[in-house]
Design a protein around this ligand. Structure first.
Ligand SMILES: *[C@@H]1O[C@H](CO)[C@@H](O)[C@H](O)[C@H]1NC(C)=O
Ligand SMILES: *[C@@H]1O[C@H](CO)[C@@H](O)[C@H](O)[C@H]1NC(C)=O
Length: 473
Protein backbone atom coordinates (compact mmCIF):
# COMPACT_ATOMS: atom_id res chain seq x y z
CA UNK A 1 0.00 0.00 0.00
CA UNK A 2 1.10 3.52 -0.64
CA UNK A 3 2.00 5.63 2.29
CA UNK A 4 -0.21 8.53 3.15
CA UNK A 5 2.08 11.26 1.79
CA UNK A 6 2.29 9.46 -1.55
CA UNK A 7 -1.44 9.20 -1.82
CA UNK A 8 -1.67 12.81 -0.84
CA UNK A 9 0.57 13.86 -3.67
CA UNK A 10 -1.47 11.98 -6.23
CA UNK A 11 -4.67 13.58 -5.07
CA UNK A 12 -3.24 17.03 -5.00
CA UNK A 13 -2.34 17.28 -8.64
CA UNK A 14 -5.72 18.44 -9.84
CA UNK A 15 -6.69 20.26 -6.70
CA UNK A 16 -7.98 23.78 -6.78
CA UNK A 17 -7.21 26.52 -4.31
CA UNK A 18 -10.78 27.55 -3.73
CA UNK A 19 -13.48 25.83 -1.74
CA UNK A 20 -16.99 24.57 -2.17
CA UNK A 21 -19.52 26.35 0.00
CA UNK A 22 -22.83 24.65 0.59
CA UNK A 23 -25.98 26.37 1.81
CA UNK A 24 -27.36 24.45 4.78
CA UNK A 25 -31.05 25.34 5.15
CA UNK A 26 -33.64 24.08 2.73
CA UNK A 27 -37.31 24.64 1.99
CA UNK A 28 -38.05 20.98 1.44
CA UNK A 29 -41.50 19.64 2.19
CA UNK A 30 -39.99 16.60 3.93
CA UNK A 31 -37.78 18.54 6.34
CA UNK A 32 -39.71 18.61 9.58
CA UNK A 33 -37.91 21.72 10.80
CA UNK A 34 -39.73 23.59 8.04
CA UNK A 35 -43.12 23.03 9.70
CA UNK A 36 -44.31 24.96 12.72
CA UNK A 37 -45.38 21.80 14.58
CA UNK A 38 -41.97 20.22 13.99
CA UNK A 39 -43.43 17.42 11.87
CA UNK A 40 -44.35 16.92 8.25
CA UNK A 41 -48.15 17.07 7.80
CA UNK A 42 -49.76 13.64 7.64
CA UNK A 43 -52.99 12.38 6.07
CA UNK A 44 -55.37 14.00 8.56
CA UNK A 45 -53.61 17.36 8.59
CA UNK A 46 -54.07 20.58 6.72
CA UNK A 47 -50.83 21.79 5.11
CA UNK A 48 -50.86 25.56 5.12
CA UNK A 49 -48.61 27.88 3.12
CA UNK A 50 -49.05 31.47 4.16
CA UNK A 51 -50.84 33.28 1.31
CA UNK A 52 -48.46 36.22 0.89
CA UNK A 53 -45.24 34.35 1.27
CA UNK A 54 -43.12 33.57 -1.76
CA UNK A 55 -41.68 30.15 -1.48
CA UNK A 56 -40.16 27.40 -3.57
CA UNK A 57 -40.79 24.00 -2.03
CA UNK A 58 -39.10 20.83 -3.15
CA UNK A 59 -41.21 17.70 -2.71
CA UNK A 60 -39.30 14.44 -2.85
CA UNK A 61 -41.98 11.77 -2.46
CA UNK A 62 -45.76 11.34 -2.25
CA UNK A 63 -47.75 12.64 0.70
CA UNK A 64 -51.27 12.26 1.97
CA UNK A 65 -52.93 15.43 3.19
CA UNK A 66 -56.43 16.37 4.27
CA UNK A 67 -56.22 19.72 2.60
CA UNK A 68 -53.54 22.00 1.22
CA UNK A 69 -53.65 25.82 1.15
CA UNK A 70 -51.20 27.28 -1.31
CA UNK A 71 -49.58 30.71 -1.42
CA UNK A 72 -50.55 33.29 -4.02
CA UNK A 73 -47.05 33.31 -5.44
CA UNK A 74 -45.00 30.21 -4.90
CA UNK A 75 -43.99 26.95 -6.46
CA UNK A 76 -43.82 23.31 -5.60
CA UNK A 77 -40.99 21.46 -7.32
CA UNK A 78 -42.02 17.83 -7.57
CA UNK A 79 -39.33 15.19 -7.73
CA UNK A 80 -40.16 12.48 -10.23
CA UNK A 81 -42.77 10.28 -8.58
CA UNK A 82 -43.65 12.88 -5.97
CA UNK A 83 -47.16 14.18 -5.44
CA UNK A 84 -50.11 14.59 -3.07
CA UNK A 85 -53.28 12.64 -2.48
CA UNK A 86 -56.23 12.87 -0.13
CA UNK A 87 -57.15 9.90 2.02
CA UNK A 88 -60.65 8.44 1.77
CA UNK A 89 -60.92 8.00 5.53
CA UNK A 90 -58.83 8.85 8.56
CA UNK A 91 -55.25 7.67 8.95
CA UNK A 92 -55.12 5.98 12.37
CA UNK A 93 -51.41 6.69 12.69
CA UNK A 94 -51.81 10.40 12.19
CA UNK A 95 -53.71 11.69 15.20
CA UNK A 96 -56.83 13.80 15.09
CA UNK A 97 -55.56 16.15 12.41
CA UNK A 98 -54.30 19.65 12.77
CA UNK A 99 -53.26 22.65 10.70
CA UNK A 100 -49.53 22.67 10.11
CA UNK A 101 -47.97 25.78 8.67
CA UNK A 102 -44.83 25.96 6.56
CA UNK A 103 -42.19 28.08 8.28
CA UNK A 104 -40.96 31.44 7.16
CA UNK A 105 -37.58 31.31 5.43
CA UNK A 106 -37.68 34.95 4.43
CA UNK A 107 -34.97 36.11 6.82
CA UNK A 108 -32.24 33.61 5.99
CA UNK A 109 -29.30 35.67 4.82
CA UNK A 110 -26.57 34.80 2.36
CA UNK A 111 -24.07 36.64 4.57
CA UNK A 112 -24.82 34.58 7.66
CA UNK A 113 -21.72 32.40 8.15
CA UNK A 114 -23.68 29.89 10.24
CA UNK A 115 -25.74 28.90 7.21
CA UNK A 116 -22.85 27.63 5.11
CA UNK A 117 -20.50 24.67 5.27
CA UNK A 118 -17.20 24.53 3.43
CA UNK A 119 -15.27 21.65 1.90
CA UNK A 120 -12.26 21.23 -0.33
CA UNK A 121 -14.12 19.18 -2.94
CA UNK A 122 -17.61 18.19 -3.92
CA UNK A 123 -16.83 14.71 -2.69
CA UNK A 124 -15.91 16.05 0.74
CA UNK A 125 -19.21 17.92 0.83
CA UNK A 126 -21.01 14.66 0.28
CA UNK A 127 -18.92 12.80 2.86
CA UNK A 128 -19.40 15.56 5.41
CA UNK A 129 -15.69 16.42 5.60
CA UNK A 130 -16.27 20.06 6.32
CA UNK A 131 -13.60 22.66 6.90
CA UNK A 132 -13.49 25.32 9.54
CA UNK A 133 -13.06 28.89 8.30
CA UNK A 134 -13.04 32.37 9.77
CA UNK A 135 -16.44 34.03 9.54
CA UNK A 136 -15.68 36.05 6.41
CA UNK A 137 -14.62 32.89 4.60
CA UNK A 138 -17.48 30.75 5.83
CA UNK A 139 -19.62 32.75 3.44
CA UNK A 140 -18.76 32.06 -0.24
CA UNK A 141 -15.63 33.86 -1.46
CA UNK A 142 -15.38 35.37 -4.91
CA UNK A 143 -13.46 32.35 -6.26
CA UNK A 144 -15.64 29.68 -4.63
CA UNK A 145 -18.13 27.21 -6.03
CA UNK A 146 -21.52 27.65 -4.36
CA UNK A 147 -23.66 24.58 -3.89
CA UNK A 148 -27.34 24.35 -3.09
CA UNK A 149 -28.03 20.69 -2.39
CA UNK A 150 -29.21 18.74 -5.39
CA UNK A 151 -32.55 17.44 -4.20
CA UNK A 152 -33.65 20.53 -2.38
CA UNK A 153 -34.99 24.00 -2.68
CA UNK A 154 -34.26 27.09 -0.62
CA UNK A 155 -34.88 30.79 -0.21
CA UNK A 156 -31.96 33.12 0.45
CA UNK A 157 -31.82 36.84 1.09
CA UNK A 158 -28.86 38.25 -0.83
CA UNK A 159 -29.13 41.82 0.41
CA UNK A 160 -25.87 43.68 0.97
CA UNK A 161 -24.34 47.07 0.37
CA UNK A 162 -22.71 45.85 -2.86
CA UNK A 163 -24.63 45.57 -6.13
CA UNK A 164 -23.34 42.09 -6.88
CA UNK A 165 -22.03 39.01 -5.12
CA UNK A 166 -19.50 37.47 -7.50
CA UNK A 167 -18.71 33.76 -7.21
CA UNK A 168 -17.16 31.21 -9.54
CA UNK A 169 -20.19 29.00 -9.98
CA UNK A 170 -23.58 28.24 -8.49
CA UNK A 171 -25.23 24.81 -8.41
CA UNK A 172 -28.98 24.74 -8.03
CA UNK A 173 -31.04 21.54 -8.06
CA UNK A 174 -28.09 19.63 -9.47
CA UNK A 175 -27.40 22.03 -12.32
CA UNK A 176 -24.16 24.02 -12.23
CA UNK A 177 -24.06 27.54 -13.65
CA UNK A 178 -20.61 28.89 -14.34
CA UNK A 179 -21.42 31.56 -16.87
CA UNK A 180 -22.69 34.94 -15.87
CA UNK A 181 -25.29 35.15 -18.60
CA UNK A 182 -26.73 31.71 -17.97
CA UNK A 183 -27.08 32.25 -14.25
CA UNK A 184 -28.60 35.69 -14.58
CA UNK A 185 -31.13 34.13 -16.91
CA UNK A 186 -31.87 31.54 -14.23
CA UNK A 187 -32.26 34.28 -11.63
CA UNK A 188 -34.96 35.92 -13.69
CA UNK A 189 -36.81 32.63 -14.08
CA UNK A 190 -39.70 31.79 -11.79
CA UNK A 191 -37.65 29.39 -9.64
CA UNK A 192 -34.79 31.85 -9.50
CA UNK A 193 -37.05 34.58 -8.20
CA UNK A 194 -38.51 32.32 -5.55
CA UNK A 195 -35.09 31.14 -4.37
CA UNK A 196 -33.06 34.37 -4.44
CA UNK A 197 -34.37 37.66 -3.16
CA UNK A 198 -32.77 40.83 -1.87
CA UNK A 199 -30.89 43.82 -3.17
CA UNK A 200 -27.68 42.22 -4.49
CA UNK A 201 -27.43 39.94 -7.48
CA UNK A 202 -25.36 36.78 -7.24
CA UNK A 203 -23.20 36.57 -10.35
CA UNK A 204 -21.57 33.36 -11.51
CA UNK A 205 -18.59 33.16 -13.86
CA UNK A 206 -16.02 34.88 -11.70
CA UNK A 207 -12.55 33.42 -12.34
CA UNK A 208 -11.41 30.75 -9.93
CA UNK A 209 -8.31 31.11 -7.85
CA UNK A 210 -5.29 30.77 -10.11
CA UNK A 211 -2.75 31.25 -7.36
CA UNK A 212 -1.64 28.02 -5.73
CA UNK A 213 -0.90 29.88 -2.51
CA UNK A 214 -4.56 30.79 -2.26
CA UNK A 215 -6.54 33.93 -2.96
CA UNK A 216 -8.08 36.77 -1.05
CA UNK A 217 -11.66 35.87 -0.22
CA UNK A 218 -13.03 39.32 -1.04
CA UNK A 219 -15.55 39.37 1.78
CA UNK A 220 -13.92 42.03 3.89
CA UNK A 221 -16.19 44.61 2.22
CA UNK A 222 -19.05 42.75 3.84
CA UNK A 223 -17.36 42.30 7.20
CA UNK A 224 -19.92 44.27 9.18
CA UNK A 225 -22.87 42.60 7.55
CA UNK A 226 -21.35 39.17 8.16
CA UNK A 227 -20.56 39.92 11.76
CA UNK A 228 -23.98 41.40 12.43
CA UNK A 229 -25.39 37.87 12.32
CA UNK A 230 -22.75 36.36 14.60
CA UNK A 231 -23.14 36.15 18.34
CA UNK A 232 -19.78 35.77 20.01
CA UNK A 233 -19.32 33.47 22.96
CA UNK A 234 -17.50 34.91 25.93
CA UNK A 235 -13.87 33.84 26.02
CA UNK A 236 -11.95 33.15 29.18
CA UNK A 237 -8.34 32.84 28.13
CA UNK A 238 -5.55 35.17 29.16
CA UNK A 239 -4.91 36.83 25.80
CA UNK A 240 -7.81 36.21 23.41
CA UNK A 241 -6.79 36.34 19.75
CA UNK A 242 -8.48 38.22 16.92
CA UNK A 243 -7.92 36.35 13.66
CA UNK A 244 -8.17 38.40 10.48
CA UNK A 245 -11.62 37.93 8.94
CA UNK A 246 -13.18 36.57 12.11
CA UNK A 247 -15.92 38.35 14.03
CA UNK A 248 -15.08 37.09 17.49
CA UNK A 249 -12.11 36.79 19.77
CA UNK A 250 -10.99 33.19 20.20
CA UNK A 251 -8.95 31.10 22.59
CA UNK A 252 -6.42 29.06 20.68
CA UNK A 253 -3.48 29.86 18.49
CA UNK A 254 -2.67 31.62 15.23
CA UNK A 255 0.27 30.55 13.10
CA UNK A 256 1.26 33.15 10.52
CA UNK A 257 3.28 31.90 7.57
CA UNK A 258 5.48 33.68 5.06
CA UNK A 259 5.67 31.72 1.88
CA UNK A 260 7.48 31.71 -1.40
CA UNK A 261 7.01 30.18 -4.84
CA UNK A 262 6.19 26.51 -4.51
CA UNK A 263 3.85 26.91 -1.59
CA UNK A 264 0.47 25.31 -2.29
CA UNK A 265 -2.28 25.96 0.18
CA UNK A 266 -4.18 22.81 -0.71
CA UNK A 267 -1.09 20.63 -0.22
CA UNK A 268 -0.32 22.29 3.07
CA UNK A 269 -3.89 21.84 4.27
CA UNK A 270 -3.66 18.13 3.50
CA UNK A 271 -0.24 17.90 5.09
CA UNK A 272 -1.59 19.29 8.36
CA UNK A 273 -4.50 16.91 8.15
CA UNK A 274 -2.43 13.80 7.51
CA UNK A 275 0.35 14.59 9.95
CA UNK A 276 -1.58 16.07 12.85
CA UNK A 277 -5.34 16.40 12.70
CA UNK A 278 -5.86 12.66 12.46
CA UNK A 279 -4.11 12.19 15.82
CA UNK A 280 -6.54 11.46 18.66
CA UNK A 281 -5.21 14.28 20.82
CA UNK A 282 -6.23 16.77 18.14
CA UNK A 283 -9.76 15.44 17.79
CA UNK A 284 -11.33 18.64 19.10
CA UNK A 285 -9.28 20.93 16.88
CA UNK A 286 -10.83 23.23 14.31
CA UNK A 287 -8.31 24.67 11.91
CA UNK A 288 -8.86 27.26 9.21
CA UNK A 289 -6.32 28.43 6.63
CA UNK A 290 -6.65 31.66 4.74
CA UNK A 291 -4.63 34.16 2.81
CA UNK A 292 -4.69 37.50 4.52
CA UNK A 293 -3.09 40.81 3.79
CA UNK A 294 -1.28 42.12 6.78
CA UNK A 295 -0.81 45.84 6.72
CA UNK A 296 2.57 47.05 7.76
CA UNK A 297 2.28 49.97 10.11
CA UNK A 298 4.80 52.62 10.95
CA UNK A 299 4.97 53.27 14.66
CA UNK A 300 2.08 50.85 14.89
CA UNK A 301 -0.26 53.48 13.46
CA UNK A 302 0.27 54.52 9.87
CA UNK A 303 -0.33 51.77 7.34
CA UNK A 304 2.19 51.93 4.51
CA UNK A 305 1.98 48.61 2.76
CA UNK A 306 0.41 45.17 2.86
CA UNK A 307 1.99 41.80 2.40
CA UNK A 308 0.18 38.54 1.78
CA UNK A 309 0.52 35.91 4.45
CA UNK A 310 -1.04 32.60 5.29
CA UNK A 311 -3.05 32.66 8.48
CA UNK A 312 -3.69 29.36 10.24
CA UNK A 313 -6.33 29.76 12.93
CA UNK A 314 -6.50 26.94 15.47
CA UNK A 315 -9.25 26.67 18.06
CA UNK A 316 -10.30 23.76 20.24
CA UNK A 317 -13.48 24.96 21.88
CA UNK A 318 -11.74 25.02 25.25
CA UNK A 319 -8.99 27.10 26.81
CA UNK A 320 -6.70 26.86 23.79
CA UNK A 321 -4.08 24.59 25.33
CA UNK A 322 -4.50 21.86 22.70
CA UNK A 323 -4.39 24.49 19.98
CA UNK A 324 -1.13 25.75 21.36
CA UNK A 325 0.32 22.22 21.27
CA UNK A 326 -0.68 21.89 17.63
CA UNK A 327 0.76 25.32 16.84
CA UNK A 328 4.05 24.16 18.38
CA UNK A 329 3.93 21.02 16.23
CA UNK A 330 3.33 23.11 13.11
CA UNK A 331 6.26 25.35 13.99
CA UNK A 332 8.51 22.32 14.48
CA UNK A 333 7.36 20.87 11.16
CA UNK A 334 8.04 24.19 9.43
CA UNK A 335 11.44 24.37 11.09
CA UNK A 336 12.50 21.06 9.62
CA UNK A 337 10.55 20.92 6.35
CA UNK A 338 9.60 24.52 5.65
CA UNK A 339 11.97 24.98 2.74
CA UNK A 340 10.62 21.86 0.99
CA UNK A 341 7.05 23.14 1.09
CA UNK A 342 7.75 26.76 0.23
CA UNK A 343 7.58 28.26 3.71
CA UNK A 344 10.20 30.88 4.50
CA UNK A 345 9.17 31.88 7.98
CA UNK A 346 6.45 31.56 10.55
CA UNK A 347 5.39 32.76 13.92
CA UNK A 348 2.67 31.91 16.34
CA UNK A 349 0.71 33.58 19.05
CA UNK A 350 -1.31 31.63 21.56
CA UNK A 351 -4.10 32.89 23.76
CA UNK A 352 -2.04 31.80 26.76
CA UNK A 353 0.26 34.69 25.95
CA UNK A 354 3.01 32.48 24.53
CA UNK A 355 4.52 33.53 21.23
CA UNK A 356 7.32 32.32 19.06
CA UNK A 357 9.01 33.50 15.91
CA UNK A 358 10.70 31.36 13.31
CA UNK A 359 11.21 34.05 10.74
CA UNK A 360 13.56 33.77 7.87
CA UNK A 361 15.38 36.50 5.99
CA UNK A 362 12.03 37.86 5.02
CA UNK A 363 11.25 39.42 8.34
CA UNK A 364 14.74 40.83 8.59
CA UNK A 365 14.23 42.57 5.29
CA UNK A 366 10.87 43.93 6.37
CA UNK A 367 12.44 45.25 9.54
CA UNK A 368 15.22 46.82 7.47
CA UNK A 369 12.79 48.63 5.24
CA UNK A 370 10.76 49.77 8.22
CA UNK A 371 13.86 51.20 9.88
CA UNK A 372 14.89 52.89 6.65
CA UNK A 373 11.47 54.45 6.28
CA UNK A 374 11.46 55.56 9.91
CA UNK A 375 14.84 57.20 9.40
CA UNK A 376 13.59 59.00 6.32
CA UNK A 377 10.57 60.26 8.17
CA UNK A 378 12.70 61.43 11.05
CA UNK A 379 14.96 63.27 8.59
CA UNK A 380 12.05 64.86 6.81
CA UNK A 381 10.45 65.87 10.09
CA UNK A 382 13.69 67.44 11.32
CA UNK A 383 14.14 69.11 7.95
CA UNK A 384 10.63 70.52 8.01
CA UNK A 385 11.10 71.88 11.52
CA UNK A 386 14.37 73.52 10.55
CA UNK A 387 12.86 75.01 7.43
CA UNK A 388 9.92 76.37 9.35
CA UNK A 389 12.19 77.89 11.93
CA UNK A 390 14.23 79.39 9.14
CA UNK A 391 11.14 80.96 7.63
CA UNK A 392 10.14 82.41 10.94
CA UNK A 393 13.53 83.91 11.63
CA UNK A 394 14.32 85.20 8.17
CA UNK A 395 11.03 86.24 6.65
CA UNK A 396 12.49 88.84 4.35
CA UNK A 397 15.19 86.81 2.64
CA UNK A 398 14.13 87.09 -0.97
CA UNK A 399 16.44 84.76 -2.79
CA UNK A 400 15.73 81.55 -0.97
CA UNK A 401 12.18 80.32 -1.04
CA UNK A 402 11.73 77.93 1.76
CA UNK A 403 8.64 75.86 1.32
CA UNK A 404 6.43 75.64 4.33
CA UNK A 405 5.05 72.29 5.26
CA UNK A 406 1.80 72.93 3.48
CA UNK A 407 3.36 74.02 0.24
CA UNK A 408 5.65 71.03 0.43
CA UNK A 409 2.57 68.88 0.44
CA UNK A 410 1.07 70.65 -2.52
CA UNK A 411 4.27 70.41 -4.42
CA UNK A 412 4.45 66.68 -4.44
CA UNK A 413 2.34 66.74 -7.54
CA UNK A 414 2.65 64.41 -10.43
CA UNK A 415 4.13 67.10 -12.63
CA UNK A 416 6.73 68.00 -10.13
CA UNK A 417 8.07 64.56 -9.79
CA UNK A 418 9.59 64.60 -13.23
CA UNK A 419 11.22 67.93 -12.44
CA UNK A 420 14.62 68.57 -11.01
CA UNK A 421 13.62 68.94 -7.42
CA UNK A 422 14.29 65.72 -5.64
CA UNK A 423 11.92 65.32 -2.80
CA UNK A 424 13.57 62.07 -2.05
CA UNK A 425 10.65 60.55 -0.36
CA UNK A 426 7.01 61.25 0.12
CA UNK A 427 6.08 61.22 3.73
CA UNK A 428 3.17 58.86 4.13
CA UNK A 429 2.17 60.82 7.20
CA UNK A 430 1.03 63.50 4.80
CA UNK A 431 -0.23 61.13 2.26
CA UNK A 432 -2.62 62.51 -0.31
CA UNK A 433 -4.80 60.39 -2.49
CA UNK A 434 -4.04 60.65 -6.21
CA UNK A 435 -0.67 62.14 -5.58
CA UNK A 436 1.40 59.52 -7.25
CA UNK A 437 -1.05 57.10 -8.60
CA UNK A 438 -0.46 57.45 -12.29
CA UNK A 439 3.20 57.81 -12.67
CA UNK A 440 4.23 55.01 -14.91
CA UNK A 441 7.32 53.24 -13.82
CA UNK A 442 7.19 54.27 -10.21
CA UNK A 443 4.63 51.66 -9.55
CA UNK A 444 4.55 48.36 -11.29
CA UNK A 445 7.01 46.49 -13.28
CA UNK A 446 10.36 48.08 -12.84
CA UNK A 447 12.13 46.70 -9.87
CA UNK A 448 12.04 49.56 -7.48
CA UNK A 449 12.23 48.37 -3.99
CA UNK A 450 10.16 51.23 -2.71
CA UNK A 451 7.37 52.95 -4.59
CA UNK A 452 4.39 55.13 -3.89
CA UNK A 453 0.77 54.20 -4.17
CA UNK A 454 -2.42 55.94 -3.25
CA UNK A 455 -2.28 54.56 0.22
CA UNK A 456 1.33 55.11 0.93
CA UNK A 457 4.62 53.42 0.55
CA UNK A 458 4.62 50.12 -1.17
CA UNK A 459 7.74 48.13 -1.11
CA UNK A 460 8.38 45.09 -3.17
CA UNK A 461 9.93 42.32 -1.28
CA UNK A 462 12.30 40.48 -3.59
CA UNK A 463 11.79 37.30 -1.61
CA UNK A 464 8.45 36.97 -3.33
CA UNK A 465 8.34 36.07 -6.93
CA UNK A 466 7.63 38.60 -9.59
CA UNK A 467 3.90 38.05 -9.61
CA UNK A 468 3.63 39.49 -6.18
CA UNK A 469 4.66 42.87 -7.50
CA UNK A 470 1.22 43.37 -8.86
CA UNK A 471 -0.48 42.94 -5.52
CA UNK A 472 -2.10 46.20 -4.71
CA UNK A 473 -3.24 47.65 -1.45
C1 LIG B 1 -33.58 20.48 7.57
O1 LIG B 1 -33.39 21.88 7.69
C2 LIG B 1 -32.45 22.22 8.68
C3 LIG B 1 -32.47 23.72 8.84
O2 LIG B 1 -32.80 24.36 7.68
C4 LIG B 1 -31.09 21.71 8.27
O3 LIG B 1 -30.14 22.02 9.22
C5 LIG B 1 -31.16 20.20 8.09
O4 LIG B 1 -29.94 19.72 7.59
C6 LIG B 1 -32.29 19.80 7.17
N1 LIG B 1 -32.46 18.37 7.21
C7 LIG B 1 -32.16 17.59 6.18
C8 LIG B 1 -32.42 16.15 6.38
O5 LIG B 1 -31.72 18.03 5.15
C1 LIG C 1 4.38 28.51 27.10
O1 LIG C 1 5.36 27.72 26.46
C2 LIG C 1 6.15 26.99 27.35
C3 LIG C 1 7.26 26.34 26.56
O2 LIG C 1 6.76 25.72 25.43
C4 LIG C 1 5.30 25.98 28.11
O3 LIG C 1 6.07 25.22 29.00
C5 LIG C 1 4.23 26.73 28.86
O4 LIG C 1 3.35 25.82 29.45
C6 LIG C 1 3.46 27.65 27.94
N1 LIG C 1 2.60 28.49 28.71
C7 LIG C 1 1.29 28.34 28.70
C8 LIG C 1 0.56 29.29 29.58
O5 LIG C 1 0.73 27.51 28.03
Amino acid sequence: MLQAPGVLLLFCLGATNALYKQWIPDTNYENKTNWDKGKVPCGNDIALFSAQRKVSVFVETTHAVQEMRLPVDGELILNSGAGFYVLGGKDPACGSGTTTEFQDSESLQWFNPALWQAAASQNDLQLGNFLFAVHEESVPCQQDDVVFKALSSFRVDTSSSQPTIPVKSVSVLGKTFDSRAEFSQYLSSRSGQMQFHGSSAVTAGNPGCGDSSGCDCGNSVNHQLICSTVKCATVSCKKPLSPVGHCCEVCGAIVTIDYTAGFTVQTYRERIHHLFLILPKYKSIQLGISKVFKSQRLLGVIPFSTIPEIQVVIVDGEDGKVSEDLAQDLMTDIGSHGSEIGITGSEFQASSGNTSDLSGSNAGMVAGVVIAVLLMIALIAVGAVLIQKGVVRLPSMPTITMPSLSSFRRNTDVGDLGGTIDHGFDNPMFDQPNTMSNIPGLYGTDRQSISMTQTGVHFVNPVYDENEIDLKV
